[in-house]
Design a protein around this ligand. Structure first.
Ligand code: F6R
Length: 360
């Protein structure tokens, strides 16, 4: 394990991040623009006629692309969008379903198993991948495939695992005007990158300040229902995979009816928790009021409370910028923890063991 570092020492940050996670995060705006273009350039698109539902299938960093689509676009496409993280698909899916299979590697066992179900059920399949068995199978069945650039960790390829699907839905005439919104979000993210990126010193950089505050703590992220609940889950996963730390998430208002009580006992654990609330800055709803009241009720039970007001002109701006902030915070926390943000050894080990089990 490397030594913890000074977050204003750009050279040391570079050498303690050999996999280039910070570089990938800083490229998020560009990834968004390129990902939209990939989808818009896609010539082979699924048929839209008679479509009644969309199912997004994947695991981990690939699956969250489905949460993004669902939270942003379900109303606009006017049909249910479901996300499936499992070996199996529900039997209610069928020929009226567009089943989008996302696997960055193309080799994730659960996703490939669910693909067999989709084929059996007669779903209209589309794949998003860099290669692997998913690409081979999709090509074999002549399913539309968006091939995305390789060389990243799946979780660092989030733009490529979400936006091409939205662009294809627009080409299928299921959506209007999303491309413009997405390109505007990419511009918005560029500004955020400058504010939260490694070149901005701790004194002016909220992402670095929050990472410093989180050292030795267990982050628990609460997002308000809708897009920020998706961001809260992304933060949790990024704390796990980038910072190698336990983290948990929940959604408001639901946590007001259970988890809020859970910080009452076990003082030694509760005191190590930093509760992070993600709330839309122009939210005047009862849910936003609940954030205020919840923070007041739990602040003397947990180790600290941080309320983040997420700005932006559109829900797409808010979701993607909240994700961008979380990605920076978790990478900085990794460096403070003295760990390399990129590798996910336990996931790799588990996949190897499961493959070995199958081979035996
Ligand atoms: C690693 C990561 C993981 C993977 C998951 C599925 O960076 O985010 O959660 O996304 O293990 O693998 P893929 O995405 O290759 O299907």
């Amino acid at each position: 394990m490397a030594e913890p570092i000074n977050l204003d020492d750009v050279m040391i940050m570079q050498s303690n991040d050999p996999g280039g996670m910070l570089t990938a995060i800083e490229a998020f705006s560009r990834h968004c623009t390129e990902a939209m273009q990939l989808g818009r350039d896609q010539m082979d698109i699924p048929a839209a006629e008679g479509l009644n539902r969309i199912a997004y299938v994947g695991m981990g960093g690939s699956a969250i692309g489905g949460d993004i689509l669902r939270s942003l676009l379900e109303d606009a496409v006017g049909m249910p969008v479901s996300v499936h993280r499992s070996y199996r698909l529900p039997s209610l899916l069928g020929p009226d379903t567009l089943a989008i299979f996302a696997s960055y590697s193309g080799n994730t066992e659960e996703t490939l198993s669910a693909l067999d179900d989709a084929i059996y059920l007669g779903c209209r399949v589309m794949a998003i991948t860099t290669g692997g068995t998913l690409l081979d199978k999709a090509r074999g069945y002549r399913f539309p495939v968006v091939v995305v650039p390789g060389g990243l960790q799946p979780r660092a390829a989030l733009a490529y695992l979400s936006l091409p699907a939205a662009a294809v839905l627009e080409k299928m005439n299921l959506l209007q005007g999303f491309a413009k919104v997405a390109y505007e979000t990419a511009d918005f993210l560029q500004g955020k990158r400058d504010v939260w990126g490694r070149l901005t010193p701790v004194s002016k950089n909220f992402a670095k300040q929050l990472a410093l505050r989180l050292q030795g703590k267990i982050p628990v992220i609460y997002g308000t229902e809708g897009v920020l609940s998706v961001a809260a889950y992304r933060w949790k996963c990024q704390f796990n995979e980038n910072s190698k730390t336990p983290a948990f998430n929940h959604t408001l208002p639901e946590m007001n009816h259970n988890e809020i009580v859970g910080w009452h006992e076990l003082d030694d654990i509760s005191r190590r928790v930093e509760a992070i609330f993600l709330v839309e800055d122009d939210d005047t709803s009862r849910v936003a009021k609940r954030v205020e009241v919840t923070a007041e009720i739990i602040e003397d039970k947990v180790g600290g409370v941080t309320v983040i007001h997420v700005g932006g002109r559109t829900r797409t701006d808010k979701l993607f910028s909240a994700i961008h902030l979380g990605d920076f915070v978790t990478a900085y926390l990794a460096l403070l923890n003295g760990v390399d943000p990129t590798p996910v050894e336990s996931i790799t080990l588990l996949k190897e063991r499961m493959a070995q089990e199958q081979a035996d």
